[in-house]
Ligand binder design. Structure first.
Ligand code: OGA
Ligand code: MN
Length: 287
């Protein structure tokens, strides 16, 4: 018998909490329902899953091939000791960088399709993850602005977004390399993305976006900042207060996300399985 999914929409334009399911054991019928639910809500939250590494990877693979199977997004080193905030090493720079609104891998030739993300250990306060609905943001633009963004494109670069924070990136050595730092031609992407499965349009913006062709650097920067500021506010945002064992899956083709600060003397261990984008729909424009 198929599992009975219980779907409780979040108090936002997107997102739902899903219970009545064990992600480690889903049958074909449940998968079909879950996939349709994901396309509709873009973010699904599954409390209390406590996925083992292999289970998380297997669940993520239902959505398609992975860009990478499992990365720790954590201020705890693999030897169990705490990363020191003021050391500001490459991982700390990524953790801080993640606190700006972004979509994953837009600075790569193919942006990500989505991610399965789970909490192993969480701080007592802060360290939430936020998501923002770029479909609803597109829909909420006034007619003039919507017509304008339809014509625009932007470059996407992790070198750009990290240097803006004073976090210089080196070549693809160091700990950035596992994160897919891209040193090839800088991808150019339209500001409006059409979702390959739902056909809905959304804003493709966030901290990696810069230098809209046809604008000078300052104009482009303030234009993009204003768009993010407009887009990432209620009712289009949701911040999840994690409990250990929670898992989520989000659609990176229509949402932005961000980490939020926490007391870095407290441990936060999160696991990220990144679902690869389809080159037919998630590739950058030809350079
Ligand atoms: C990521 C990310 C946010 C968080 O893993 O890509 O942006 O809350 N994480 O850690
Ligand atoms: Mn991210």
């Amino acid at each position: 018998m198929a599992t009975r999914l219980e779907i409780k929409p979040l108090d936002a334009t997107f997102g739902a909490v899903v219970t009545g399911i064990k992600l480690a054991e889903i049958d074909e019928a449940t998968w079909r329902e879950l996939h349709a639910t994901w396309l509709k809500y873009a973010l699904l939250v599954f409390p209390g899953q406590f996925l083992k590494r292999d289970q998380q990877i297997a669940f993520a693979k239902h959505f398609g091939p992975l860009e990478f199977e499992m990365a720790a997004i954590s201020n705890v080193k693999s030897d169990g000791t705490l990363r020191i905030e003021k050391d500001n090493d490459d991982v700390m720079k990524i953790l801080k960088g993640n606190m700006g609104w972004h979509a994953d891998s837009t600075y790569m030739p193919v942006q990500a399709k989505g991610a399965v993300f789970s909490a192993e250990e969480v701080p007592t306060v802060g360290g939430q993850t936020g998501w923002a609905d770029m479909r609803a943001a597109y829909d909420a633009l006034d007619d003039a602005r919507r017509a304008r963004v339809e014509t625009l494109q932007a470059y996407h670069s992790l070198h750009y977004s990290q240097s803006k924070l004073g976090h210089e990136t080196r070549k693809s050595d160091g700990e950035y390399s596992g994160y897919g730092l891209h040193n090839g031609p800088i991808p150019l992407r339209p500001l409006v993305k059409t979702h390959p499965e739902t056909g809905r349009k959304s804003l493709l913006i966030g901290r990696h976006a810069h230098d809209i062709p046809g604008m000078d650097r300052e104009e482009s920067q303030s234009f993009l900042e204003e768009l993010v500021d407009f887009a990432c506010r209620p009712p289009r945002i949701y911040h999840h207060d994690w409990a250990a064992g929670d898992a989520v899956v989000w659609d990176n083709r229509c949402l932005l996300h961000q980490a939020t600060p926490w007391d870095m003397t407290q441990r936060r261990i999160m696991w990220h399985s990144r679902i690869a984008g389809d080159p037919a729909s998630e590739s950058a424009l030809a350079a």
